[in-house]
Ligand binder design. Structure first.
Ligand SMILES: *[C@@H]1O[C@H](CO)[C@@H](O)[C@H](O)[C@H]1NC(C)=O
Ligand SMILES: *[C@@H]1O[C@H](CO)[C@@H](O)[C@H](O)[C@H]1NC(C)=O
Ligand SMILES: *[C@@H]1O[C@H](CO)[C@@H](O)[C@H](O)[C@H]1NC(C)=O
Length: 141
């Protein structure tokens, strides 16, 4: 069983306990979080997982942001993205290799299809895009 979770957590640090419970229940091989509200200097970690994050600030306060956590025993690599979207992407070697991308699009911004296409063009296929598009949906590509 391969579980991948997506959650717009609205603050990773304040929800770390809930996240720990979620992880213990579903034992995901990876999960995507949005609105992590992390600063680069924040030292957040979850035992058994590697964390990859993109950070974002509004008026010098951490806001938005997006992370992917990958289980220790899953072979994986980061995908370098050139985008101003709050996105992070990882290639996971499972039965087959897939790209997982976590993206956060703030509710006050317009979803720019060209930017989104620019991003998805950078994701090796097949990919799963998980995020909060102000309607909590996932797009499979
Ligand atoms: C981050 O946290 C880990 C585990 O709690 C600790 O071992 C490490 O020293 C901390 N690093 C920094 C830079 O604070
Ligand atoms: C994608 O977006 C990045 C950053 O905005 C830009 O540097 C790059 O040229 C774009 N790529 C294409 C193919 O439009
Ligand atoms: C996000 O959702 C709210 C509530 O449904 C809506 O008022 C707002 O216009 C939406 N924003 C965008 C960018 O679609």
């Amino acid at each position: 069983m391969t579980n991948i979770i997506q959650w717009n957590c609205r603050g990773l640090k304040i929800n770390l306990l809930e996240l720990t419970l979620l992880v213990q229940s579903f034992l995901p091989i990876a999960f995507c979080l949005q609105e992590t509200h992390l600063k680069e200097s924040d030292n957040v970690s979850l035992k058994g997982y590697n964390m990859y994050s993109t950070f974002s600030k509004v008026d010098e306060r951490a806001a938005g942001g997006s992370s992917i956590f990958v289980k220790d025993n899953v072979i994986h690599s980061t995908v370098q993205l050139t985008t101003d979207l709050q996105a992070v992407a990882i290639r996971l070697s499972l039965d087959k290799t897939i790209t997982l991308c976590s993206i956060y699009i703030p509710p006050n911004s317009i979803i720019d299809k060209a930017k989104l296409k620019n991003l998805t063009d950078q994701l090796p296929s097949p990919f799963i895009l998980m995020g909060d598009f102000n309607a909590s949906q996932s797009i499979m590509g």
